[in-house]
Design a protein around this ligand. Structure first.
Ligand SMILES: [Cu+2]
Length: 75
């Protein structure tokens, strides 16, 4: 949901190491747990993740750190 005054940024990041639906879910959940993240779409086949977030609260660094912590490699 978009709140008033909110600026949503959309970024696509490459993630290496995902091999199945389980990996997809882990990455999705890890990113969704970050405050300010509004939408996460993980595409296993293309090895990428489309993230929409409020850039006053979240940023790419935080998102990549969460991916790493879940055990995958953001590039
Ligand atoms: Cu897997």
């Amino acid at each position: 949901m978009k709140l008033e005054g909110e600026i949503i940024t959309q970024e696509t990041i490459k993630v290496e190491g995902m091999t199945c639906g389980h990996c997809e879910m882990r990455v999705k959940k890890a990113i969704e747990a970050i405050e300010g993240v509004r939408k996460v779409e993980v595409n296993l086949r293309n090895k990428n993740v489309v993230v929409e977030y409020d850039d006053r609260k979240a940023n790419l660094e935080k998102i990549k750190a969460a991916v790493k912590e879940a055990g995958y490699e953001p590039v």
